[in-house]
Design a binder for this molecule. Structure first.
Ligand code: HEC
Ligand code: HEC
Ligand code: HEC
Ligand code: HEC
Ligand code: HEC
Ligand code: HEC
Length: 370
């Protein structure tokens, strides 16, 4: 019995415990107390694994040795002073005939150092009014505030030009001589004067004493481009001359020692014209110039030009326009293509001969036989 009563006491304790447990699990819904304060931060975890090493960068190019000898490689009598002396003799340095145009926004990109540099760098910005002629840094990428650290005589522009008339002229990709074409290119073609360019029979009125392609025409003449070929039987469309494909402005005007007087010498011709003694190869230049003088006499006779001590001056003005037939205009234009290039008879002799015959034919003159 004792045993059973002990069992009963234990049983009632167990029942009471089970009731308490069930109540606890059921969640005795008393009112919720306020949230306790945040516990302290746990201890720091172990360090992660090391990351993977990055790949080595490419080596930089060698720096310039900033010793006096790095400078005197150029700053010596043989180079800078000699080249400066040559350049000073040339119209590039003085802009002898045109510096007054160097500060104009339409002319400055070819007639001054400052506006040429602005044009090369920005494609515009040609409004600087205080200007000088060309200097070393007009044509070379030498050390200055735009090319700090460039200690070479690399040529500033090697790309072919985007021409003002759209004419396609280039000495090729890597040629230093594309630089010259940036400025020595025409400014106008005949459509600036003849507004119906497909019609050779119309009449044309020339109202400007400057009518013509402008004095950079040599850039196009070398490639046989820029003439008016609507009237006349001579074949003007001959493609680029050997002087453009096998030589270039730099080859003939600077030669092997980079002459900065830009003066053609016969040494620069003899690789192709073996044994040549002067620039007038076969007397061809003299013969062409004689024909041009005969044409000029005819232009004076027609009343288009007057002759004075400086040569011919145009009689065209808006007050007294020169009226021409289509064929006469072709002759007038082609004469100006020759006139606007003081070296035309040397630059592209076959093309100059064809233009001379075209002018003679269109003006009813006897044709020169070459
Ligand atoms: C690739 C040739 C070349 C090297 C190398 C060279 N220079 Fe020049 N430097 C020139 C030329 C060219 C001029 C312009 C000369 C002129 O207009 O008659 C010039 C002009 C200058 C001028 C005149 C300021 C100016 O902008 O016209 C200074 C100063 C000068 N250089 C300093 C140096 C120093 C310093 C070094 C050496 C760290 C150096 N040059 C290396 C070619 C070079
Ligand atoms: C695309 C370049 C270019 C532009 C733009 C240009 N010129 Fe020229 N100009 C030349 C070149 C190149 C010569 C030199 C050719 C030579 O010496 O045979 C020249 C020569 C001249 C000459 C000298 C002519 C002579 O008898 O020797 C005068 C004056 C002139 N330009 C005026 C102007 C005027 C004015 C403008 C603007 C309305 C102008 N140029 C715009 C390239 C240009
Ligand atoms: C009208 C543009 C023009 C001007 C201005 C000019 N140069 Fe040059 N120079 C050139 C061209 C183009 C060449 C490249 C000739 C060649 O490739 O044969 C050259 C080449 C040179 C070379 C030979 C470089 C070599 O690698 O052999 C030197 C040196 C030089 N110029 C110095 C000068 C100096 C100094 C001045 C200023 C006093 C100057 N140049 C002004 C256009 C110019
Ligand atoms: C920034 C424009 C410019 C560049 C680049 C340039 N020229 Fe000229 N060049 C002219 C102008 C403008 C004149 C006419 C200057 C004057 O008479 O007032 C001229 C004149 C000349 C003359 C005639 C000088 C005379 O005595 O009658 C020759 C030759 C010449 N340039 C050759 C070259 C050659 C070759 C190159 C390339 C190495 C070259 N030029 C690059 C603008 C330029
Ligand atoms: C085949 C060689 C040759 C090539 C290529 C050549 N020239 Fe000439 N250039 C000459 C000769 C020769 C003369 C006449 C020089 C003389 O009368 O003393 C001349 C004359 C000139 C003149 C007139 C110079 C003056 O005294 O009035 C200019 C400007 C000129 N060339 C610029 C250029 C330019 C710019 C280029 C490139 C677009 C070029 N030449 C390409 C040979 C060449
Ligand atoms: C890359 C070779 C080459 C170079 C360099 C060269 N010429 Fe020529 N030249 C020719 C060729 C090719 C002809 C013939 C073109 C034709 O008749 O179809 C020619 C023709 C001529 C003619 C016309 C000759 C005639 O009988 O009608 C003259 C003038 C001339 N060159 C002058 C020069 C002068 C001046 C130089 C140097 C300043 C020069 N050339 C440099 C290739 C060259």
């Amino acid at each position: 019995m004792r045993n059973s009563s002990k069992k009963n006491v234990l049983l009632s304790w167990l029942v009471a415990l089970a009731v308490l447990l069930v109540m606890g699990l059921a969640g005795c819904e008393g009112p919720k107390g306020p949230e306790g304060p945040e516990g302290p931060m746990g201890p720091q975890g172990p360090a992660g694994n090391d990351g993977i090493d990055g790949v080595d960068g490419a080596d930089g190019s060698d720096g310039i040795d900033m010793t006096a000898s790095a400078c005197t490689g150029c700053h010596n009598n043989d180079i800078i002073i000699a080249k400066r002396a040559e350049l000073n003799q040339h119209d590039h340095a003085t802009m002898a005939n045109s510096l007054s145009r160097g500060g104009s926004s339409t002319c400055g990109r070819c007639h001054s150092h400052e506006n040429f540099r602005a044009f090369v760098e920005t494609g515009s910005g040609m409004e600087m009014e205080t200007v000088t002629g060309l200097t070393c840094k007009s044509c070379h990428t030498l050390h200055d505030d735009e090319n700090v650290g460039n200690f070479s005589y690399d040529v500033l522009v090697t790309d072919p030009p985007e021409t003002l008339t759209g004419v396609d002229i280039s000495f090729g990709d890597a040629a230093n001589t594309n630089l010259c074409l940036q400025c020595h290119q025409p400014r106008r073609d005949f459509t600036a004067y003849d507004t119906t360019p497909d019609d050779g029979t119309d009449s044309v009125y020339v109202t400007s004493s400057h009518a013509g392609p402008h004095y950079g025409q040599m850039g196009s003449n070398l490639f046989g481009l820029g003439a008016d070929d609507r009237n006349g039987s001579a074949a003007l469309d001959q493609g680029p001359m050997a002087h453009a494909t096998g030589a270039s402005c730099v080859v003939c005007h600077m030669g092997a020692n980079a002459n900065h007087k830009f003066e053609p010498t016969v040494d620069n011709c003899t690789t192709c014209h073996a044994g040549a003694a002067d620039l007038d190869i076969n007397g061809a230049a003299t013969k062409m110039l004689d024909a041009v003088h005969a044409i000029e006499a005819k232009l004076v006779e027609l009343g288009w030009y007057s002759e004075d001590e400086d040569g011919l001056s145009s009689n065209a003005s808006s007050g007294s326009p020169l009226g021409m037939t289509g064929a006469e205009f072709t002759a007038f234009w082609n004469y100006n293509v020759i006139h606007a290039d003081h070296g035309a008879v040397y630059h592209n002799p076959p093309y100059a001969k064809a233009m001379i015959n075209n002018i003679e034919e269109n003006l009813g003159m006897p044709l020169t036989v070459w």
